[in-house]
Write a protein that binds this ligand. Structure first.
Ligand code: MRU
Length: 362
């Protein structure tokens, strides 16, 4: 498998090794997935998360199901359905499972030959994601350069929400890919990192990735972005996406919509970066149709962090008598999105532009 950064890899026995994202940035721990059930659990429990990586683990999950049942297609299909249902919003999950199953069914193979085919296809999905990520990096960095040129800027401030770096999309990611590329091009770039409550993917994962890459960044409480935008401290917003409908409406981590509203009000370009595998071409209206995951209220009521003695612990921050509501995602309407940054270039968030650029995949 290729790629500059690695969110997952195979060990010598072709088990899938992933990074346990639940304990970053305080511990760097690897977990080995040896069967389909373990890959389902890793997605459900957010050992791995982020649309692209969920898709990749799902792809390898189908391979692991094949290996467990020695290429028995009926057994593989049952587990594939379970993998498909492990989380509802990120469409890369369903996309990867469907692709794996189509390849398996069309091959008419079984036994060891089918297992080998499934392994090759899962690797291909990952390698293609790495290639897509590289292109998103290039196109996104071009946009950064254009904005800098048109506004005569000698440094650049990007705001991002959640984590759409290599922990979420295998290689350099989607939203972070242009930032990594801008740094490589010598641009003086600084990133405002939304902490991203309740699971803190910004504070825990994006900040960790950026510091490893030596990129200047500042973590902010989720409600800070609007104030920064009003005070000319943000030049561009880039986020990833979990599912983008044919009309350009884009589901991403809860809170993205508020950043888009604020960007619009302050005339700041708001971009969504995504690979084609994050489009749901069947969904014509994202606001009406994209399913939004509701997660456990405990994610709101508890936080994880280091205690004063340096131990990783969970802390209760809401009294037990109160209930909490935990929507995982929201949908940013297309009208608030300046453009989508894809592996085929930037694309207006509209049915016409998406159909024109991606017609061959629809
Ligand atoms: O719930 P998560 O952590 O799986 O959330 C998904 C995300 O990482 C974000 O919404 C991200 O910005 C898009 S994934 C490339």
């Amino acid at each position: 498998m290729q790629g500059q950064y690695r969110a997952l890899w195979l060990d010598k026995d072709n088990n899938l090794v992933v990074i346990d994202q639940r304990v970053l940035p305080f511990e760097e721990k690897e977990i080995t997935l040896t069967n389909a059930k373990e890959s389902i659990e890793s997605i459900k429990n957010m050992i791995v998360r982020g649309a692209g990586v969920i898709g990749n683990v799902a792809g390898f999950g189908v391979y692991l199901a094949g290996r467990e049942y020695n290429g028995n297609i009926e057994k593989i299909a049952l587990l594939a359905e379970e993998i498909r249902e492990s989380r509802p919003t990120a469409v890369n999950l369903m996309w990867a499972v469907d692709r794996m199953m189509n390849v398996a069914l069309n091959s008419k193979l079984n036994g060891e030959e089918l297992v080998a085919l499934l392994l090759a296809e899962a690797i291909k999905i990952t390698d293609e994601d790495c290639e897509r990520s590289e292109k998103i990096a290039e196109y996104g960095a071009d946009i950064i350069e254009e904005i800098m040129l048109s506004r005569g800027l000698d440094s650049f401030n990007v705001l991002t929400h959640c984590n759409a770096g290599w922990l979420a999309i295998v290689d350099s990611g989607t939203a972070l890919a242009p930032i990594y590329e801008a740094k490589k091009r010598g641009i003086n770039i600084h990133v405002w990192v939304d902490e991203t409550r309740p699971r803190n993917q910004g504070a825990n994962l994006t900040a960790w990735e950026l510091s490893k890459a030596g990129i200047e960044h500042t973590v902010i409480a989720d409600n800070t972005g609007g104030h920064l935008m009003q005070n000319h401290m943000v030049d561009m917003v880039i986020t990833g996406a979990d599912r983008v409908a044919r009309n350009g409406d884009s589901a991403n981590k809860i809170g993205t919509y508020l950043k888009a509203l604020s960007a619009k009000d302050n005339n700041i370009p708001f971009y969504i970066a995504l690979p084609a595998s994050t489009f749901d071409f069947e969904m014509l209206d994202g606001l009406l149709e994209i399913p939004i995951e509701i997660r456990s209220e405990n994610e709101v009521k508890y936080m994880r962090g280091l205690s004063s003695s340096g131990e990783l612990q969970e802390f209760q921050i809401v009294q037990s008598q109160s209930s909490a509501l935990n929507y995982g995602f929201d949908v940013t309407p297309a009208r608030l999105i300046t453009a989508l940054i894809t592996e085929r270039g930037d694309c207006q968030a509209s049915t016409e532009a998406i159909t024109e650029m991606f017609g061959d995949l629809i």
